[in-house]
Design a protein around this ligand. Sequence first.
Ligand code: ADP
Ligand code: MG
Length: 243
Amino acid sequence: MTGPAVQLHDVTIAYDGHPAVHHVSGTFLAGAQTAILGPNGAGKSTLLQAIAGLRPPDEGRIDLGVERRRVAYLPQNATIDRTFPITVLDVVLMGHWARRGGFLGLGRAERAQAEAALAAVSLEGFAGRQIGTLSVGQFQRMLFARLLVQNCPLILLDEPFNGVDDATIGDLLRLIAGWRTEGRTVIAVLHDLAQVRAGFDQMLLLARRCVAWGPTVATLAENGVATGHLAEAWRDDASWCAA
Ligand code: ADP
Ligand code: MG
């Protein structure tokens, strides 16, 4: 099975006339796991929002090899209001919305899928818990359970591991590896090079413009980014962010 590709054709996205993403062209390969890396303010979230269809490009075009409603998007610091009185199961059931248009008509099968997804992220027994009682890691596991229920061929993740404990990161990286086996296309904004190397075969270095885009190992080597945290490697290189 091959997943969809996403093609960027000379994409520029601006806020008040200031480009956050500047003339970026390239292809997110079908069925590949691509990491987007770059300094703060590089336009990573903006680009992901555009691929998700939430922010139309000001110039250029984005072609999706999949229907828009089959794109799953996990925003940065996914801010469901944690004080909102809603259970873990309700949040995971939201994953059915794109197909079903709401909670109406959700039956036993959908509920069983949600419970299976909770088991897949090691949150058995959490279905009835209020989301406000979850740890950061448990909260992120819950959001990944919702992604499982969404069952989309294209999955966009914006810094999914920020503030998350190592055990959870390991488990979620294994889920992402499983998506690769299933032929899903994953595009994830990440900072940690070890995570990128472990689970992402392609990478895009973004600094408003495209700095480099290709297979992870070769791209890291060619750009002299060998170890550590990319933000540190780029700290003294503001020119990479010049528009
Ligand atoms: P990254 O995710 O790489 O940190 P962003 O895409 O969030 O970068 O932001 C890119 C640039 O666009 C930054 O300079 C940021 O300040 C600006 N920006 C982001 N969102 C908005 C917004 N809603 N309004 C105005 N400027 C924004
Ligand atoms: Mg961001």
